[in-house]
Design a protein around this ligand. Sequence first.
Ligand code: AP5
Length: 218
Amino acid sequence: MRLILLGAPGCGKGTHSAWMVEELGIPQISTGDILRDAVKEGSELGRQARSYMDSGELVPDSVILGLMRGRMAQPDAARGFILDGFPRTIPQAEGLNGALGDAGMKLDRVLQINVARDELIHRLTSRRVCPNCKAVYNLDFKPPKQGDICDACGASVVQRDDDREATVAQRLEVYERQTAPLIDYYIARGLVAVIDGNQGYAHTRAEIETALGREAKR
Ligand code: AP5
């Protein structure tokens, strides 16, 4: 199964990828995680990406398309994947079509997760993440069990640099301008299932499971 999770920063793409990886047995491919790892390693990709990410802007399409072609060609992606944060522009969507077409593959579904703007800002500014295992927490909804210690791996959880309020506002503006047009792009191709992400985790998960034609498990 080849899926896209499409939605604004903070709508729950990473949160819901976590259980989908287990349930569907396919990898999550998060361009944000790949770029943050590159920044941490100080690689050439990381050097190119850092200033865009810190200011809430998108990394250039040519950079993203190059890295995604390589990632989607890896063996673990042969049976399918969950794309989290890609594509984010029409040229990226066209590039994805080309890469899938070259490999004789097609997309199965685009899950468009809707969350109100005030809720997105609240979720992002109170999010904490584990820089080691990538687990996602929220100070209000899902705090780590012990202080700032990751439940899964014991590392210290942190606030992402781009989760400070001014950068969050810029990311939301960039989403509306550059990424939201993808909704109509994929509606025109008959691929979109709309998910109400405003409710709690279990409700959103059940909507996704229904959209994928699976038994809701809570
Ligand atoms: P990226 O890492 O992709 O960030 P994003 O799209 O802005 O999405 P987030 O990871 O912030 O949010 P999410 O939807 O995963 O939400 P989460 O599940 O964590 O990209 C970062 C940057 O990299 C970009 O700004 C750009 O510069 C660059 N980049 C990446 N991809 C690119 C591309 N393709 N092209 C160009 N540049 C690119 O949830 C958020 C919080 O809410 C968490 O705390 C969670 O616990 C909580 N939460 C989730 N669901 C619920 C719920 N139902 N109820 C209550 N709380 C909830």
